[in-house]
Ligand binder design. Structure first.
Ligand code: DLL
Length: 432
């Protein structure tokens, strides 16, 4: 059995990683100065030239880049290579404004595939595996990213894309898929559907690589139990290539960031100040190996914590916690900060599945919060008084977690629409 594993890179010493980062950062700063007028202008506005950045210790001097910059420079304004050198674009869904378009040279694609291959290997994947990819293909990075990684590892790759759950399950059984790649919400739906169709024992999955949206530890346990697999988290964003910026190993205690390609910082989202290791704040990335679309100090809006505690898997790259929500996902209800992930944690801890919706509205100048969650089939035959009692218990548990009252409505099993990609959990009518 051959193993694709970049041990010399993933287990390199801190000094070696820093040496790579210093050299590549200096080169990248010169690259954007020479080739991207948008960057040169931003640096000039701060009185900087490439000489001011001699290594990672000078990173803090550089200006931040935000999604607004990407929109302003849309579509070609941040490219560092001529179009003739680019072979691909990928894009975000663009639900909140102009799309973000990212460009790739063939070299960029090769490195991206490597990052995704590392994630598959960390989940136990080898060339003996059948890797079932049901992230969406097309402009979304999930399908193409894991597909490329799976090829590098040498897995038999099933490019399923999302949707058509019956076909997914049939291939999973017939071709004996061993690794499943999709969003955690779709994994939960596939698990539920497999159990309903009596296929659970015919499925040979051993691992899942789930990401692209926030999911709680409770949801991980639920998916692991239902599918009999180990579920690994994977993180990334279109702007930086896609999935594989970081990924979990067998320890399942955070995701190793591919530090030979990305330098991570945690900043205070309000002041922009760089925070020490272990602090909670906004994740900022600098891509040091990208050719076509390099981003320096890109603010992700994802809130998390970095840790350099030694990991039992032997990898030395820094770990990021699960994002605790995006700063722009955070709801402010009656002046209180509420993250959807907190609500999910309460629901799963109380024995519900992750089929829920959060409705926010404003009535008589006051915010209202309603959580609709599906009953399990067993609860559905309960007496009305038992349902009322369950709702009361949930109201209390949510109050304890959030500090505010949330109306709870238990709804019939299967009445909330399932998601095949990123789940839409929140409907904020205040914004409509
Ligand atoms: O979601 C890339 C991806 C595809 C990651 C497949 C993992 C697997 P975007 O559509 O640009 O790219 O969305 C990026 O999704 O800033 C996070 O807020 C969120 N996100 C991605 N992975 C995770 C994760 C892809 N594991 C945005 N946990 C990011 C929580 C995640 N949030």
């Amino acid at each position: 059995m051959e193993r694709y594993y970049q041990q010399e890179i993933e287990c390199a010493s801190r000094e070696q990683i820093l040496a790579w980062q210093n050299e590549r950062l200096v080169r990248q700063v010169q690259n954007v100065w020479d080739n991207v007028p948008y960057y040169r202008k931003k640096m000039e506005e701060k009185g900087l030239t490439p000489k001011d950045v001699r290594g990672v210790e000078d990173l803090y001097k550089l200006p931040f880049l935000t999604k607004d910059d990407l929109r302003e420079a849309y579509p070609y304004g941040l490219m560092a290579r001529p179009l003739k050198d680019c072979v691909r674009i990928q894009s975000t869904s663009g639900t909140t404004g102009k799309r973000v378009v990212a460009f790739y040279t063939q070299h960029d694609i090769d490195l991206w595939d490597d990052c995704c291959a590392r994630a598959i290997v960390a989940a136990g994947g080898t060339n003996e595996d059948v890797c079932h990819v049901c992230y969406g293909y097309g402009l979304f990075t999930g399908g193409p990213g894991l597909n490329g990684g799976s090829h590098k590892v040498g897995c038999l790759t099933l490019p399923m894309s999302s949707g058509n759950t019956d076909r997914q399950l049939q291939f999973m059984v017939d071709l004996e898929s061993t690794i499943l790649c999709c969003t955690p919400s779709y994994a939960a739906y596939l698990a539920e559907s497999a159990i309903e169709r009596g296929l659970r024992d015919k499925i040979k999955l051993k691992a899942g690589i789930f990401g692209a949206e926030a999911w709680s530890e409770e949801m991980r346990q639920d998916i692991q139990n239902k599918l009999g697999i180990k579920a690994y988290d994977i993180y990334g964003l279109t702007e930086l290539s896609g999935p594989g910026v970081s990924f979990e190993c067998s320890e399942q205690t955070g995701m190793h960031i591919n530090e030979d390609h990305f330098i991570a910082e945690i900043i205070d989202p309000n002041t922009g100040e760089v925070l020490p290791e272990g602090s909670k704040g906004e994740l900022v990335f600098t891509s040091i190996t990208k050719e076509a679309f390099p981003l320096l100090r890109y603010r992700t809006r994802d809130i998390c914590v970095l840790s350099r505690k030694p990991c039992s898997c032997g990898r030395t790259h820094v770990k990021m916690s699960k994002p605790m929500g995006r700063s722009d996902d955070m709801l402010i209800i009656k002046g209180v900060n509420v993250f959807p992930s907190q609500i999910e944690t309460v629901l799963l801890a109380q024995g519900y599945a992750a089929n829920y919706q959060i409705l926010v509205d404003r009535v008589n100048n006051s915010d209202t919060l309603e959580v609709q969650v599906e009953m399990t089939p067993e609860m559905f035959s309960d007496q009305l008084s038992q349902v009322a009692e369950r709702e009361k218990q949930l109201v209390n548990a949510l109050k304890a977690m959030l500090g505010i009252y949330a109306k709870v409505r238990l709804v019939a099993p299967k009445s909330i629409q399932r998601s095949e990609g990123k789940a839409v959990r929140v409907i904020d009518k205040r914004k409509i």
